[in-house]
Design a protein around this ligand. Structure first.
Ligand code: COA
Length: 376
């Protein structure tokens, strides 16, 4: 590799929806839904033909996940016990679509922070866990809205979409096929969360992030060198969503929860923690980095307990909030955007030469590591 094709992160951007739902609001609405459901099905429950639904609890949610609130694109229908799903007017073909709109907002911040003229951007990757439609690609719409002359495409690797996008962008730069690539992750997770499922109704939140990956030679003075990237996938059914173009029934009916997010949370926890910890340590060593010397870990934001265990195994001691910051409390799990939000909000204070890790993990299973060092 020569000095001319070294990938760096020039800047990041974040779009946060204005609406937020606290655990109290969420549990209040869920429990009203449970009461209504149980009252309507009282005879069947009494006769032993149906099971009564159990209420949710704020104490459980915070203890099990670390989540206290989440942002959403729309709040009222999600909290309406008769709806329990987001609702919005379908946009016309001549209007900017919702994922593109929030992706563009995050991208603009990254471009502005880097002082990058859109004429110098070569490609847009829209990397997210769900796409609003199959085609034309969201990335191409974002590219057009930003006025970029180049190419774009969508990629979906569930919660690891953003880190897989960063490696893909970095590889374009390493290969000399592009100098400036935007990796945009609009995650409207409220659309694939089953708000009626007690086991998971508290998990997700909506957001969009953008990462501008560029060749070092054109990057602004303040940037992060990408020291190395590593991706891994191992097939698992423990996080799954069967919605797709071959099954076009509405996903929101109570009868087909498999057309929304479903998971075996315990198994995910148990299987993913050792896989990711081992991947980080092995890759750090391959890059001649001491894992214990990593100044900060921007980990995937799914569960505070998972992050505690992974950080402990990597650093060799219990990580402080400074070493492994969380955004779970206010954002919840934002799928692939989580580790990028953590990096965006908690990297400004690091010093030149500090080394850190952006790391994602989730459905697939999939995991991605991006080792970075602050250049200036
Ligand atoms: N309110 C109150 N109690 C609840 C509840 C809720 N909303 N949801 C589940 N419970 C109960 C369960 O019924 C169970 O009761 P029991 O012990 O009497 O059977 C108990 O709480 C424990 O449930 P469990 O599902 O085992 O909880 P958990 O401690 O594993 O936490 C997760 C659940 C989802 C927070 C956790 O497993 C997790 O985060 N896993 C990893 C998820 C992940 O990273 N996914 C990736 C997605 S991208």
């Amino acid at each position: 590799m020569t000095m001319t094709n070294r990938p760096v992160i020039s800047a990041t951007g974040l779009f946060t929806p204005e609406h937020s739902i606290s655990n109290e609001e969420l549990v209040g609405s869920f429990n009203r839904y449970v009461e209504l459901h149980n009252a309507r099905n009282a005879d069947a429950i009494e006769a032993g033909e149906a099971e009564a639904l159990q209420p949710s609890s704020t104490e459980f949610i915070e203890k099990a996940s670390g989540i206290k609130a989440r942002h959403v694109m729309v709040k009222e229908p999600v909290l309406d016990p008769e709806i329990m799903a987001p609702r919005w007017d379908e946009r016309g073909d001549d209007e900017l679509s919702m994922m593109a709109e929030i992706g563009v907002a995050a991208a603009r911040e990254a471009l502005e922070k880097a002082g990058r003229d859109v004429r110098d951007v070569d490609a847009v990757l829209c990397a997210a866990s769900n796409m609003e439609r199959p085609y034309p690609a969201m990335a191409v719409e974002i590219q057009q809205a930003l006025g970029i002359d180049g190419f774009g495409f969508d990629m979906n690797v569930a919660c690891s979409s953003a880190t897989f996008g960063i490696q893909t962008a970095a590889d374009y730069i390493r290969a000399g096929n592009a100098k400036s690539v935007l990796v945009v992750s609009p995650e409207i997770t409220s659309g694939h969360l089953n708000w009626r499922d007690r086991d998971s109704h508290f998990i997700f939140g909506d957001v969009a992030t953008a990462v501008l990956v560029e060749e070092a030679a054109i990057a602004p003075a303040e940037h992060w060198d990408i020291l190395g990237t590593k991706l891994k996938t191992v097939f698992s059914n423990n996080i799954r969503n069967n919605f797709g173009f071959l099954n076009r029934a509405s996903p929101e009916g109570e009868g087909q929860p498999d057309k929304l997010f479903v998971q075996e949370g315990r198994k995910v926890f148990k299987e993913v923690v050792p896989m990711v910890a081992e991947m980080i340590v092995t890759e750090a060593e391959r890059l001649s980095l001491d894992p214990a010397g990593l100044r900060r870990l921007w980990l995937h934001q799914a569960n505070a307990g998972m992050n505690r265990l992974i950080a402990q195994r990597v650093l060799g001691h219990e990580a402080s909030p400074d070493e492994s910051p969380t955004v779970l409390d206010t954002y919840g799990n934002t799928s692939s955007a989580g580790s990028i939000i953590a990096f965006h909000l908690h990297s400004g204070d690091l010093e030149q030469g500090d080394t850190g890790l952006i790391c994602s993990f989730g459905a697939g299973y999939s995991a991605g590591c991006v080792f970075v060092r602050k250049a200036a």
